[in-house]
Design a protein around this ligand. Structure first.
Ligand SMILES: [Fe+2]
Ligand SMILES: [Fe+2]
Length: 168
């Protein structure tokens, strides 16, 4: 019979998943910032890179709280989302739709993070891990704010620019 797995095991595995994802995102954000045409979008990616550095540290603190070594576990979901972003960078290079595409890719990343942190925070609540709840919630709020800021940017400039050049 398979060894009994607990919510603690799930929590630990999911922590490794998002730790892998955050470090992957940390490498992708500078490429996206370099690729973005709009100065506002560039700035948004750079700002989120700094936030992501702190998010990685928060995860290391959560590993410490559960007495485990900070360690990632390959996450095919984030690999796929980032790969699609790289495709946009290549295939839309030099076009008016590039920023809209990059923005959409970035939002897919944020939504993946939001689902992971939402789950981890809920499990931390179930497990009565008060310090972990605070750390996970701080990052969850940042990811949600980033997603909202990207929506504002999309509405304000990026999408209308993509449409305008089609009409021209
Ligand atoms: Fe993040
Ligand atoms: Fe994020």
């Amino acid at each position: 019979m398979a060894k009994e797995k607990t919510l603690e095991d799930l929590f630990h595995d999911t922590l490794k998943d998002i730790y892998y994802a955050e470090r992957k995102i940390l490498k992708a954000l500078p490429k996206m910032a370099r690729g973005a045409q709009s100065p506002d979008l560039k700035a948004a990616f750079e700002k989120h890179k700094s936030e992501t550095e702190v998010q990685v540290e928060r995860l290391q603190q959560v590993f410490e709280l559960i007495g485990k070594r900070a360690q990632g576990k390959t996450c095919p979901a984030i690999d796929g989302i980032i790969e699609e972003g790289e495709e946009i960078l290549e295939e839309y290079k030099g076009t008016a739709a590039l920023d809209a595409g990059l923005l959409a890719s970035a939002q897919a990343v944020e939504h993946y993070e939001i689902t992971r942190y939402g789950t981890l925070k809920r499990w931390a609540e179930n497990l009565g891990m008060n310090d972990a709840i605070k750390l996970l919630d701080a990052t969850l709020q940042e990811e949600s704010k980033t997603d909202e800021d990207l929506t504002v940017l999309a509405d304000a400039a990026v999408n209308s620019k993509a449409m305008k050049s089609k009409a021209a």
